[in-house]
Design a protein. Structure first.
Length: 125
């Protein structure tokens, strides 16, 4: 397993980002057009308020603990998204360490997303 140095969260995020693949929103949109699995790691309230269409919400701890059953094909294309991209970067590295070869993180998370959104807040705009 890869060690994430640093006592604080930001140092661990930066260490993870050096070891994973992150996509900007344009590359991310291309992957979505090809049917890539999209997993949103945010909490239930944030997901209900707004999320990218087609996203499946799975808590990070659940995803990492049950990866084999949730993602049975280790070479299947999966994009993880979180609010800022920090949680998805750390989760991407953890999945890589479990043998998943095609997991990527959305750089900047949902805050950088410029595409359509669904959810309670999205419907109000």
């Amino acid at each position: 397993m890869t060690f994430l140095p640093g006592p604080d969260h930001q140092q661990r995020v930066e260490a993870a980002r050096r070891q994973i693949r992150e996509l900007d929103t344009s590359a991310f949109k291309i992957l979505l057009a090809f049917g890539t699995q999209l997993i949103d790691l945010r909490d239930a309230a944030a997901f209900a308020a707004t999320h990218i269409p087609g996203a499946r919400r799975v808590e990070r701890e659940v995803l990492l603990a049950q990866a084999a059953s949730l993602l049975p094909e280790p070479d299947a294309s999966v994009v993880l998204v979180s609010a800022s991209g920090a949680t998805s970067a750390i989760a991407s590295l953890a999945l890589q360490n479990q043998g998943y070869t095609a997991v990527v993180s959305l750089r900047g998370g949902l805050r950088q997303w410029s595409g359509p959104l669904q959810g309670e807040r999205a419907a109000a705009t």
